[in-house]
Design a protein around this ligand. Sequence first.
Ligand SMILES: CC(C)(COP(=O)(O)OP(=O)(O)OC[C@H]1O[C@@H](n2cnc3c(N)ncnc32)[C@H](O)[C@@H]1OP(=O)(O)O)[C@@H](O)C(=O)NCCC(=O)NCCS
Length: 192
Amino acid sequence: MIDAEQTLVTRRLILEPLRVCHARELFADLRDPRIYAFMPDDPPLSVEALALRYVIWERRQSPDGRERWLNWVVRLAHGGEPVGLLQATVPTRGAALVAYLLFPRRWGKGYAREGVRRVLELLFVEYGVERVAASIDTRNDRSIALVRSLGFQCAGCTRVADPIKGAPSDEYRFELTASQACPTSAAPPPRT
Ligand SMILES: CC(C)(COP(=O)(O)OP(=O)(O)OC[C@H]1O[C@@H](n2cnc3c(N)ncnc32)[C@H](O)[C@@H]1OP(=O)(O)O)[C@@H](O)C(=O)NCCC(=O)NCCS
């Protein structure tokens, strides 16, 4: 069994498994409406509401046990400032899903790319998944640029109903397979 509580490290970042106690620290930053412009989600209403969500996420798996739910707080390695969140949903079979957000004051520095790349490495190498997918609103240029820079390819576009914001939106599904992923960072080493 892979340790879902392991902290991941990159050159500039520490990815710390998300816990209920992080709700208070993250709440103010998660209130920024710019984060939710293209996401089917809204800012948390209170620290308590956020903590309740994290109680569920802290179980690290779905109630039926069929999915691993991995969530991390992304921190700057130098100083420990929280800069965002990363998420991976790993089913027993089929594609894993990744999701991510950075606090807007830290956009444009490559932190999302660096953090997601580390999560992809975990998924492909340790979890052995064959495919990772991301669902992205067609207007979310930053997120599209991010996944393209990591080698994801567009696998389709669908119209989805948005239960929170009302109006439907169009979403791309981007996918990356283990063999497409950068061989030095994300794919298992070639057999000799
Ligand atoms: C999607 C999101 C995480 C992308 O954030 P981002 O800061 O644009 O992405 P990165 O951290 O990879 O940074 C890339 C940028 O950093 C720049 N950069 C600077 N230093 C860099 C480095 N060392 N390495 C890589 N890129 C670097 C790149 O040139 C690029 O800049 P540009 O946008 O001006 O071209 C962010 O916009 C976000 O949180 N949005 C709200 C939530 C959301 O929509 N999530 C996705 C739902 S599908």
